[in-house]
Design a binder for this molecule. Structure first.
Ligand code: NAD
Ligand code: MN
Length: 366
């Protein structure tokens, strides 16, 4: 058996509940399949600890993480800590230091979800998207500053950074992703009418890389504002999307909402070079409004776990990940085993136990 060593960072609020649920389900999956095993090490890096000791990660935190095959992350954020402090204290440095320049966000309407678009209530398959978010540059590069603080003349700048290297690698990843999907379509999103430097470079590099995929991947281009309209009005016309850090952050929350619940949406922060560990996390936050109640939907955490299985397996566990998704979908199709945000009656624990049972059902058939 192969052992995968996973650094587990539950973080804050419902991040803790869903990480515990994901570990239980992954252990069950490994035990049932029998050819691999997970060894989780928990890192208590959270806002609670930050308030006690003044730091999120120790100085050698990144060296500690570098020993693991992957990182599993819950959520970070607390009403007692400004959000930019918690984000920059934990999740953004992990993404940056570990070369996780791709954020992959699959979106589908899982059985049992009530998608808000009338069209998707009839044809849930109309939403089958793969959003590729550039994860290292743009407005989230951390550049900018504030002058004349607390004066009527205060000036604050948020400088978006775009590099040819950064654009080229995300375009290549996006074209490869589109190529691997049945419809082989890619939409490249910018705002190059108003943002005339970085976004124009995006256009330019996109066209260069597109040449290598002529006749293989069908592509088009959209401005980000028009893209929000297309996702609502013509969801079936969308397949793979590539966009900047900021634009894709927003588009993927829209995507999650159109698919029915933020509680089911997964994400993978990847270092495609595999030099550093990649990180898997549901896209939702710590949800302070429902934290501690045991009612968080763990499905986004499970789907993220399935993506982690795919990644660490390097092609050998794709079928296991697909079957694991089937077990999850069997649970969401039943109102008794899905959570309230999906119109069901189960709590986190009941949904988790139902998935554990379905793993027996799905894998027992083989
Ligand atoms: P959120 O995702 O935490 O919550 C938004 C709404 O969706 C809430 O009403 C919440 O109850 C609901 N919700 C979210 N996940 C759910 C689930 N699994 N099951 C059922 N309902 C769910 O976003 P927010 O309220 O904007 O942010 C709360 C905190 O989380 C903030 O501190 C924010 O900075 C942080 N945050 C962290 C991450 C991350 O760790 N990657 C991502 C987003 C937000
Ligand atoms: Mn976001």
């Amino acid at each position: 058996t192969t052992t995968y060593n996973i650094a587990s960072i539950p973080g804050d609020g419902i991040g803790v509940d869903v990480t515990e649920a994901a570990e239980a389900v992954l252990n069950k999956l490994a035990e049932t399949v029998g050819t691999f095993k997970f060894n989780f090490t928990t890192f208590d890096w959270s806002s609670k600890k930050y308030l006690e000791r003044g730091w999120y990660m120790p100085e050698d935190g990144m060296q500690q993480l570098s020993k693991y095959d992957a990182i599993y992350f819950g959520a970070v954020g607390s009403p007692d800590v400004p959000d930019h402090i918690s984000l920059w204290g934990l999740i953004l440095p992990i993404r940056k230091y570990n070369n996780q320049y791709v954020n992959v966000r699959p979106t589908r309407v899982l059985p049992g979800t009530v998608a808000p678009l009338a069209q998707c209530q009839k044809r849930p398959q109309d939403i089958d998207w793969m959003i590729i978010r550039e994860n290292s540059e743009g407005e989230y590069a951390g550049q900018g500053g504030t002058t004349h603080e607390n004066s009527p003349d205060t000036i604050a700048t948020e400088v978006a950074i775009f590099t040819r290297v950064g654009i080229e690698r995300i375009m290549r990843f996006a074209f490869e992703t589109a190529k691997s999907r049945p419809r082989k379509k890619l939409t490249m999103v910018t705002k190059s009418n108003a943002q005339r430097h970085g976004m124009v470079l995006w256009d330019k590099v996109f066209h260069e890389v597109a040449k290598e995929y002529e006749g293989v991947v069908e592509w088009d281009k959209m401005l980000v504002d028009a893209m929000t309209v297309r996702m609502v009005n013509k969801p079936e016309s969308v397949d793979t999307i590539v966009a900047t850090n900021l634009h894709a952050d927003i588009l993927s929350d829209l995507a999650a909402a159109l698919a029915g619940s933020i509680g089911i949406a997964p994400s993978a922060n990847l270092d495609p070079t595999r030099k550093y560990p990649s990180m898997f996390e549901p896209i939702h936050g710590s949800a302070p409004d429902i934290a501690g109640q045991g009612i968080a939907n763990p499905v986004g955490a499970f789907w993220s776990a399935a993506e982690m299985v795919r990644w660490v397996g390097q092609g050998k566990l794709d079928k296991v990940a697909d079957d694991f998704m089937q077990a999850i979908e069997n649970v969401t199709s039943n109102p008794k085993t899905r959570t309230k945000d999906m119109g069901g009656s189960a709590n986190t624990k009941e949904t988790t136990e139902a998935v554990i049972k379905q793993i027996d059902v799905v894998f027992g058939k083989k």
